[in-house]
Design a protein around this ligand. Sequence first.
Ligand code: NAD
Length: 297
Amino acid sequence: MKIAFIGLGNMGGPMALNLHKAGHVLSACDLSAEACKKLGADGVPIAGSAVETLAGAEVVISMLPASQHVESLYLGSDGQPGLMEKIKPGTLVIDSSTISAASSRKVAEAGAKRGVAVIDAPVSGGTAGAVAGTLTFMVGGSAADLERARPVLEKMGANIFHAGGPGAGQTAKICNNMLLGILMIGTSEAIALGVANGLDPKVLSEIMRRSSGGNWALEKYNPLPGVMENAPASKGYAGGFGTDLMLKDLGLAQENAAAVRAATPLGGLARNLYAAHSLAGHGALDFSSVIKLVQKK
Ligand code: NAD
């Protein structure tokens, strides 16, 4: 299949590479020359712009940071037309960025007017999941469009869920990430408490992993450097899932909670803790660096 892939960052890069390895014909692009160079070195064809990726594309995939990037790409900004106007009717658009459900619905509506099918398909599983092709996709859109996307999603992920209509994938994603943000802070507090009492963090982490406190952070993403060789914590908190991206997701969860009058006290507290962590200059570090807030210096 001919696939246009836009956004080659920590997640988009390895996702595009998996599609290339599976035999799809890609045309990929990113605003960052460095991101393009990295993927180009792996043999993925790089286009000069988003519009250029469209030549012959049957599927368009985007993996961008936030709502404003997705809206300006597809719908345009500052009087510039968006990409949607250039996408051939009949094409399938899969947006895997984590953005607001309202933005996803806007893009889907613009697509419907042009005869372009759009699904929101945000992911979970981190950069390791993106590299391994084991991501979880949470899809919003019609069941028929999800079936069209399935053969492509299967090359990047191990679990594919249909959450509901347009925007529903995003709603599922912010519920999940609100829980993850809270979990990472709780896990950090527990490890810091044990270490302050002289426990070996590896032993403590293993005890909690196999006990009732067991969770994804302890399984795959320990926040303390040196406990887990491949976790971002052991690589200077580089790569991974940025603190500012987690802050964005927790902000989306709070906006949504306000709109439906839901009570999310821990989600609100977590957003404020990541905001303080970002203000302290750690916005670009992986979100597990939030342990710095509670670690004994
Ligand atoms: P990233 O910042 O590493 O990559 C985003 C890329 O998009 C950058 O390379 C940037 O240059 C590019 N970009 C921005 N606007 C563009 C445009 N108009 N055209 C082309 N390229 C453009 O972010 P990431 O970690 O890859 O995350 C991408 C999305 O996936 C975010 O919405 C994030 O919340 C979500 N997500 C990330 C993770 C993770 O572990 N990193 C996990 C699940 C979901």
